[in-house]
Design a protein around this ligand. Structure first.
Ligand code: ADP
Length: 154
């Protein structure tokens, strides 16, 4: 059976933290789907098309990585694409507490068919988050050091 992992997130925008998780997960799975979750309640800084394009351009060197968009529950999307794994990154204790509750819930409602796999952020990347990147961008700071080369705002 193909080992397919879904890496869900907002990616508003993709950062070097996301890139690090994908790069290190590539050898672990046959296929990784970076899936942009659409949440009607959230306000995004960048359009879906822009976020998708930046992810595709940033990760194009990995042949077993695809990019997709989904709405609704992540586990329903996993079932749809035949994924048995959800990939998430952990930066700090706050991430851990938040992710623990979601992973337990997903496992319970997915009938244990979907396991969440966590990778610890590489040292030096744990401070990077999309919200900090957005703040730096809004204030004309040097956001380039926090994101893959493909992410450029004009
Ligand atoms: P969400 O809105 O689901 O939190 P994000 O795009 O912010 O979406 O994050 C997607 C995933 O990437 C999450 O698992 C998050 O913990 C992980 N992630 C984000 N930044 C980093 C980082 N610097 N190091 C490791 N993982 C990260």
């Amino acid at each position: 059976m193909e080992r397919i992992a879904v890496f869900p997130g907002s990616f508003d925008p993709i950062t070097l933290g996301h890139y690090d998780i994908v790069e290190r997960a590539v050898p672990l799975f046959d296929k990784i789907i970076v899936a942009i979750g659409q949440n009607a309640q959230k306000n995004y800084m960048f359009s879906l098309e822009q976020r998708k394009k930046w992810i595709e351009d940033s990760l194009k060197k990995f042949p077993n990585v695809q990019v997709d968009i989904y709405e609704g529950l992540t586990i329903d999307y996993c079932k749809k694409v035949g994924a048995s794994f959800i990939l998430r990154g952990l930066r700090n204790p706050a991430d851990f507490e938040f992710e623990k509750a979601i992973a337990h819930t997903n496992r319970a409602i997915a009938n244990k068919d979907v396991e969440t796999v966590f990778l610890l952020t590489s040292s030096g990347k744990s401070y990077i988050s999309s919200s900090i990147v957005r703040d730096v961008m809004r204030n004309q700071g040097k956001y380039e050091i926090l994101v893959p080369e493909a992410v450029r705002i004009s």
